[in-house]
Design a protein around this ligand. Sequence first.
Ligand code: SF4
Length: 314
Amino acid sequence: MSNDKQVHVLGLSGGKDSAALALYMRDKHPEVDLIYYFTDTGKELPEVIDFVNRLEGYVGKKIIDPYEEICTSNREKKDFDYWLKQHNNYLPSPQARWCTIQMKLVPFEKWIQRYLDDGYEVVTYVGIRSDEPYREGYQVTANKNITVRMPFREDDIDLQGVKDILQNADLFADTEEAKGNPNSSQAKGLPGYYDWRSRSGCTFCFYQRKIEWVRLRELHPEAFEEAKRYEKAAENDKGDGTFYWLGKDTPLSSLEDPDRVARIKSEHEKKRARFLKRKRINPLQVISIDVDRDFMDEMYDDQEGGGACVTCYK
Ligand code: SF4
């Protein structure tokens, strides 16, 4: 399909692949006049917001938020509480992921619909790497006026290629962490959350593993307390013991028990040790932060992203 009227868009999730793609497109394909966008749910990790701001500086263009482009109602704007109420206080979960739909996909669709209504072809760029299996699902819609491009697949850029792009851009070079700790994520051009969590997204994302909830509590106690409040409200409303992000009858407050936290940490250490053994890696030659950052999904026998969709973690 070709159309004289084209608009090129690239969505950032706060994750490494879409960020590397933005850097790559700026440097290797400056002829493409891209619109970069990031759909902020209002509940993103502070490290994600910092990352997006740094990317904005590097690409030299405003990264727009589809919300701001299309929202006519202030209530709907980045308002998790509003949407929670619309869903009868049912917290989002892998089975009912209304958060991604309402807070990311719908604003995006409404935003590009304006271009489509205006007779534009929309070309959307996605950071699927050459080492990932092709999934038809990346075709965001059957609309023949929307084309999906995957430059990393086209140009044979794999995971190491993505890491190299981020390392070379060195977006965090000015931070104390990058200067003082060569093993930190920031020293490798990655946002700081990769030191303790395997994916971007909301502070209370239910795709977190127990160890990541524990770390959220340690590193962002106010965000953890907020997540607890959401659970408490759902508990009061439903009262059936099922609405806990850690599973039935397991509220987040259970992580206030030091013994339980110690058990979760110890289980994670064991998992890491088993993984290293399976991979025949000498544990004395690696740093645990690197293992968590690079292999968390593999360690937990999970697919990359742990079931989260590309919109939230890629
Ligand atoms: S990051 Fe998690 S909680 Fe946030 S919108 Fe995506 S799936 Fe939902």
